[in-house]
Design a protein around this ligand. Structure first.
Ligand code: ADP
Length: 604
């Protein structure tokens, strides 16, 4: 019977029971004391409810039948006391559970965020940002709601039903049996609904994710959206997603409402049966009418919590989906390359070597046997058409990914065995999509080396040619740069990023030159800042500027994930290969920002 009740309450389609057990186990320990207190409160509520049914017997027998005037006062006083007590206990239980719930949401969100940031780049490319956003907010609340449901069901409702059934049995055991005949059909009907509710909940969540992802795209790409007038398309997509969610929500409403008519009818049958039998017993057999009334009251009072218990599984189903998705993230092992513990790199000069490196993004090959070296203290320029694999070289050097085969070494040490954080602390990255945090200019530079002194920060800014414009800002180094740095011009952002890299003072510099043209004054300032930065470091640069390419010690010409040729500008130019063709096509002195893109130029 207990087992049957268990499968009914938590019929373990797709492992829901397991998930809930885990959720309970994890949180019960953390909040044990408060849960215990909440259970005491719920016990008081249940006892008070039972007492209010019990008192009916005296009310009917002593007051109405015996006409005992004193008992009126006793019963009225008793009712007042138990209801006040019940109110106070209910208040305590609500507050305690509410606080536990808030704590669970807070800690779950932190845990989810931590788990998300431990993942590698592949994870973020695979899941839309909308999806992660939903998970962060929706899944944490799902965990809370599921726990609240289980705890109140097991605590308040189950205790109340037990106490009331106790009253019923004490008053009339036979009649109790009659009332309970409705249990089996109720169980059967409810458990059929559960599976369907769960299916709908899952599709609903997927559609909700679509809404968020459309919204996210519209917001983050609003300039492009407006410029190319794709609002209509986005609106249509949004309408479709919203309509989908509405359909699912309606289905859900219908399904979960379906428990009501079933339970009402069955409840009616039980109460009618009890009245028939009880009336017969009182009228024909001369039974105690007080006991009969106490019984009926207990039955009526038990009806609501019993109905909630019956619906528990249906109501839980919706939340279980959220809990499952939450654990999906929490249980994801951290990306192997993000795990720390590898060997500390000991860099002397920063000699980078790629040896027959292959790499693919999923099924798409990006590098196919790449071989080249970047010598210590020199500038190595990577050039080649778009899609050649230049950015991938950077990503592998930072160990955002590991090569599929082949070896990458720095000063003879294989990156595969190196500690990721130690490796990244040896690398400074300046990329064309300079990202600034919504912090002060000072803090944005200091990210390069946490704990740097004010003097060091200013010195870095001076070397990056950024000091004078920063001083001219309204609050100098304390000026907040806005989200993504949007209060600074493109050229200014670049120089802040360069100052950050100078401050980092890492032996290895990865430079992704801007493709978009800046005005020539900014251009010149950035150029001097960059030469300052490159001094004495091993520099790998994805080069778009003729000046950079010409001055590089070595130019590596890449295509389709392989090195076609390598050498100095003069040597390659004389050789007459792809580099020469690129030069003839695009490197003219009147066009200092060559464009290697094969397709039509975009964005200028
Ligand atoms: P480049 O920087 O020279 O333009 P990339 O290194 O960005 O070239 O790209 C090399 C190849 O890998 C291209 O075919 C590109 O489409 C593919 N690629 C780059 N990044 C990803 C990614 N995150 N997921 C899947 N494919 C990618």
């Amino acid at each position: 019977m207990l087992k049957r009740l268990n499968t009914w309450l938590f019929s373990d389609v797709d492992g829901a029971l397991f998930l809930l057990r885990r959720l309970l186990a994890e949180n019960a320990r953390a909040y044990a004391w408060r849960y215990a207190l909440a259970f005491v409160m719920m016990g008081i509520v249940a006892a008070c409810t039972a007492a209010s049914a019990w008192i009916m017997k005296d009310l009917i027998n002593q007051v109405f039948l015996e006409r005992d005037g004193r008992m009126v006062w006793v019963v009225a006083g008793f009712v007042l006391v138990i209801f006040t007590l019940k109110g106070a206990a209910a208040y305590g239980q609500l507050v305690i559970l509410g606080q536990i719930g808030n704590a669970i949401v807070a800690s779950t969100q932190s845990r989810l965020f931590r788990a998300i940031t431990r993942q590698d780049l592949g994870f973020f490319e695979g899941s839309g940002i909308g999806d992660l956003g939903t998970r962060l907010s929706h899944n944490a609340s799902a965990a809370r709601a599921a726990l609240d449901l289980v705890v109140t069901a097991l605590g308040r409702d189950l205790l109340t039903v037990i106490a009331l059934v106790g009253v019923m049995i004490a008053q009339d055991p036979l009649m109790s049996l009659i009332a309970l005949v409705i249990m089996p059909p109720a169980i059967l009907m409810i458990s059929g609904l559960v599976r369907r509710v769960r299916r709908v909940a899952k599709t609903q969540f997927v559609s909700m994710t679509r809404i968020l992802s459309v919204a996210q795209q519209a917001i983050s790409g609003i300039r492009v959206v407006k410029a190319f007038a794709v609002e209509d398309r986005l609106r249509r997509e949004m309408d479709a997603a919203v309509a989908d969610v509405e359909t699912q929500a309606n289905k859900m409403t219908r399904l979960s409402a379906r428990t009501s008519p079933v339970m009402e009818t069955l409840g009616g049958i039980a109460i009618a049966l009890v009245i028939l039998y009880g009336g017969y017993a009182v009228i024909e057999l001369g039974s105690d009418p007080g006991a009969f009334f106490a019984f009926i009251t207990a039955l009526l009072l038990a009806y609501d919590p019993a109905r909630r218990l019956a619906r528990l599984n249906v109501n839980l189903s919706g939340h279980v989906v959220g809990v499952r998705l939450m654990y999906e993230i929490l249980d994801r092992p951290p990306a192997t390359s993000e795990e720390d513990g590898g060997e500390q790199l000991k860099l002397s000069g920063g000699h980078v070597r790629f040896e027959n490196v292959h790499f693919r993004y999923g099924d798409a090959p990006a590098l196919e046997g790449l071989d080249f070296e970047a010598r210590p203290g020199e500038v190595t320029a990577l050039v080649g058409p778009s899609g050649a694999g230049k950015s991938t070289v950077f990503a592998l050097l930072e160990r955002f990914y590991d090569p599929t085969s082949g070896r990458i070494t720095i000063d003879g040490q294989d990156l595969k065995g190196a500690s990721v954080s130690a490796l990244r602390s040896q690398i400074a990255l300046v990329s064309q999509d300079t990202f600034l945090f919504d912090l002060s200019v000072r803090e944005n530079i200091a990210i390069g080396r946490p704990g740097a002194s004010e003097d060091e920060i200013r010195q870095a800014a001076r070397e990056a040619n950024a000091d004078s414009f920063i001083e001219a800002l309204e609050a100098g180094y304390d000026t907040r740069v806005g989200e993504g740095g949007n209060r600074l011009s493109g050229g200014q952002r670049q120089r802040v990023a360069i100052a950050r890299a100078i401050l980092r003072d890492a032996p290895l510099l990865l430079l992704d030159e801007a493709t978009s043209a800046l005005d020539s004054e900014s251009e010149a300032k950035i150029q001097t800042a960059l030469s300052q930065l490159m001094k004495g470091r091993t520099t790998l640069v994805i080069a778009h500027r003729l000046a950079t390419v010409r001055e590089a010690s070595q130019i590596v010409v890449m295509d389709k994930g392989q090195v076609l040729e390598a050498g100095t500008h003069a040597a390659l130019f004389a050789k007459g290969g792809l580099y020469k063709r690129l030069c003839d096509l695009q490197f003219t002195d009147s066009d200092p920002v060559p464009d290697y893109e094969r397709g039509p130029a975009e964005g200028n």
